[in-house]
Design a protein around this ligand. Structure first.
Ligand code: NAD
Length: 485
């Protein structure tokens, strides 16, 4: 590993890049090469306090800045993101490992959030009823909440922060972002571009770090709202702690998404979509397909085609032309996944394709090839746990009813997909499946920014989801005025 770097990250507070009070720093390697990209500070409570103070101060003027004026800054930010699309995508690939094509798509998803947020004047409108009684009227007015804390995961360094701060800020809030310490670089660039777009100092602040930063945000009395995206145990902890401290909180969590393939499905479409959903972004998506449920006689031809396509996947550095599958995020994550593969074998699942053999051929990066297990059952750990890597389990069942029963046993309910040509199957699936984001004949049914990102069960803790009108509700509070004249 290249162990020296001049890229020592700073926090962004009150419009200035400042050195945190901490002496602890953590290496940020490029997962494709193991080369050091940067050192990220593990900031302490005092650093959070400073950022919250700056955000609180900025809130005084930002919250009363006319909404169209705020929206205009978002329009400029959107244009700057478009202008820097290629640069941002390359940064994502370097720090996260996903292919350039995937990273390019992620930038698009981030831009769409900014576009949605730029509709703030319409989104913030209230409601009036002029005659609730004789000479009496009633009106609902929307206001920002205050200083919002945002905590994000490693797997979408651009899209997930963009689910949060553009909309929160457009609604008149100020923001303290704690990006993932494993992919911290992109957030700094977003802050620079937002500033260039005219965002006043202190409206967006970034405090780098890990648990200590999160814990301080969760207890800080001047932070009334917390947006979190990450794994289930942390989401549950964040939800409970923030709620116990009197905050509103939305905590989006882990997943184990099932894709059901019916005998009448177009098999080539299903295989193409499942390959993309299971192995794209190295399986490190909350909407990844991690289980295929093969109904009736689909299992044999499906497995044969999946294996064939998986064998054709080009593995390597995501910046290289044609590469589809990059590394997983860290060496430890690769080792954890290898242990899951051993567990799957020990549990009696049939290893159809072993991605561990691909790993050795790619230098110092944390590579794992596509791995496929057949004859997986819901009592196995590899079925229950979110592995978050390019590992796909195939479960065989006899009917759609059985397939849905399998999927519904999962503690998670983020997404689910169905491949079929029969409308009655679609209706049955839509009504019976216990998941919040459904796909029919597509592999990754992630909703666009103007709809809520709406996981169920242990994939979400809270009431109002990210994005869409849920996001607007979450980042605003209301006043009801009732008047007699
Ligand atoms: P993670 O839970 O490890 O980390 C998320 C954030 O929480 C990071 O900023 C991290 O610093 C912080 N954190 C981690 N442990 C903590 C602790 N003990 N106390 C306080 N803070 C802590 O998640 P990750 O590995 O970065 O991201 C992958 C996970 O995120 C997967 O489970 C994935 O499904 C989930 N995810 C969910 C969605 C969704 O929309 N539901 C979207 C993206 C990712």
């Amino acid at each position: 590993m290249n162990t020296t770097t001049k890229n020592i990250l700073k926090n962004y507070v009150g419009g200035k890049w400042i050195e945190p009070q901490t002496t602890r720093y953590q290496a940020v390697p490029n997962p494709a090469t193991d080369d050091l990209l940067a050192e990220v500070p593990l900031s302490v409570a005092l650093d959070v306090d400073e950022a919250v103070e700056a955000a609180k101060e900025a809130f005084k003027t930002w919250s009363t800045t006319p909404v169209p004026k705020r929206a205009r800054i978002l329009f400029k930010f959107q244009q700057l993101l478009v202008d820097h699309w290629d640069e941002l995508a390359k940064m994502i690939t370097e720090e996260n490992g996903k292919s350039y094509t995937e990273a390019y798509g992620e930038v698009q998803r981030g831009i769409e959030c900014v576009e949605f947020a730029a509709g703030a004047p319409s989104l913030m409108m209230g409601k009036q009823l002029p005659d609730i009684a004789t000479n009496m009227e009633s009106g609902m007015y929307r206001y920002p909440v205050g200083v919002v804390g945002g905590i994000t995961p490693f797997n979408f360094p651009m899209m997930v922060p963009c689910w949060m701060f553009p909309l929160a800020i457009a609604m008149g809030n100020t923001f303290v972002l704690k990006p993932s310490e494993r992919t911290p670089l992109l957030a700094n660039r977003l802050a620079e571009l937002f500033r260039e777009a005219g965002l006043p100092d202190g409206v967006l602040n970034i405090v780098h770090g890990a648990h200590d930063v999160v814990n301080r945000l969760l207890e800080h009395e001047d932070v009334p709202a917390i947006s979190f995206v990450g794994s289930k145990p942390v989401a549950e902890y964040v939800y409970k702690t923030a709620a116990a401290n009197g905050k509103r909180v939305q905590a989006l969590a882990g997943a184990k998404n099932h894709t059901i393939v019916m005998p009448d499905a177009d098999l080539d479409t299903a295989v193409k979509e499942v390959i993309g959903a299971a192995f794209g972004s190295a399986g490190e998506r909350c909407m990844a397909c991690s289980v295929v449920v093969a109904v009736g006689n689909t299992a044999e031809p499906l497995l044969q085609k999946l294996k064939q396509k998986a064998d054709e996947i080009q593995i390597g550095n995501g910046l290289d032309e044609g590469v589809f599958l990059g590394p997983v995020i860290r060496k430890e994550h690769k080792e954890r996944t290898e242990k899951y593969i051993e567990t799957g074998i020990a549990e009696g699942a049939v290893l159809v394709r072993d991605g561990r053999k691909d790993a050795a051929t790619h230098g110092d990066g944390y590579f794992l090839g596509p791995t496929i297990f057949d004859k997986v059952t819901p009592d196995m750990r590899i079925w229950k746990d979110e592995i978050f890597a390019p590992v796909l389990s195939v479960v065989r069942v006899g009917s759609l009813k059985e397939a849905i029963e399998v999927a519904n046993q999962s503690e998670f309910g983020n997404g689910a997909c169905l491949f079929t040509k029969d409308g009655s199957n679609v209706r049955y699936f839509r009504e019976k499946i216990q998941a919040g984001m459904l796909g029919v004949n597509i592999g990754v049914p992630a909703p666009m920014a103007f709809f809520p990102f709406s996981g169920w069960k242990n994939s979400f803790f809270g009431d109002l989801h990210a994005n869409g009108t849920d996001g607007v509700e979450f980042y605003t509070r209301r006043k009801m005025l009732t008047a007699r004249w």
